[in-house]
Design a protein around this ligand. Sequence first.
Ligand code: FE
Ligand code: FE
Ligand code: ZN
Length: 294
Amino acid sequence: MLILGSHVGFKKDTQLLGSLEEALSYGANTFMFYTGAPQNTKRYKIEDSLTRKALERMKEEKIDYSKVVVHAPYIVNLANDTDLEKFMFAVNFLKEELSRCKELGIKKVILHPGSHVGCGIEAGIKNIAKGLNMILKDSDITVLLETMAGKGSEVGSKLEEIKQIIDLVENKNHIGVCLDTCHLSDAGYDISNFNKFLDALDQLIGIDKIGCVHINDSKNERGSHKDRHENIGFGHIGFDTLIDIIYNQRLEDVPKILETPYVDREFPPYRYEIEMIKEKKFDPELIDKIKGYE
Ligand code: FE
Ligand code: FE
Ligand code: ZN
C-alpha cells in the first residue's frame, strides 16, 4: 500500500493531534512534522493528553504511526566542531529532540548531516559521526541522514559520504537514510532510471537503510546544487520520474513525504498533489486549482 503524506505543522496548543488533523485534511495516510519551527530550536513541552487523543484517532483512521516521522530543525550542525560550545549545543539539542520523540512514540527522526563550513569534508564526516555516537548512545530511535543537494559546504550530497558516516556510527541498528528527490537531482544523480539508482545505493549502503523518501520536484536542473523545491510535475525532475519513484515496489513500505512549496507562499499544495499522485495523471492546471481559481 502507498504510504503518502506531507510535511505538516506542529503547534503548541494542538501538537500531534493538530498535525494529524492537517494530514487527514490532505487525504494523507502518513505525515512528517518538526516538533516546533524548522528554523529554530525553541520547543514546547509535550502534552500527553493530546498525544493520546491523536493515537486513538490514528487507530480509527488506520494510520500506521510507526511510519510517521519527525524532522530535526535544520539549523543544528554536527559537521563542524571548531566552536565546541556550538557543537555541544547541537548534540544536546538533538538528545532532547530524541527524548521528545520518545515521549511522542516516534521511531524515526530525519537529520540534515550538516555543513563543514571550512573544516573540510573528511573532518565534517568525522564530526557528524562523533556527534551521532553521543546522541544515539542507548537510543531506540533511528536517525535518518538526509541526502543533500550540496549547497555551500553541505556534507551528504554523495552517497559515499553518507556511507562513511554510517560506517563510523556505533549504534548500527538506529542509523539510516532519507532520500530527497530534489536533493538527489540537484546533487547530480540521475534518478530517471530509479531502479538503477537503487541498485547502486543497495551495493553501497543497503536498500533496507532507507527509512523515508522526500518527494519534491526541483526548480533547477540536475547538478545545480541549489536545493529549491518545486511542486510535483512542475520542475526539472518531472511527473513521470516522480511517479516511478513513489510507486517503486522496492520501497513500498517506506513513507513518501511531500515538501513542495506553498503556492504564492500561502496555499498548501498537498491535498491537490496527493490526489494527482493517486490518479497518476499530471494536471497542468494544478497550480491554478490550488490558488482556488477553479
Ligand atoms: Fe530536510
Ligand atoms: Fe528534504
Ligand atoms: Zn531541500
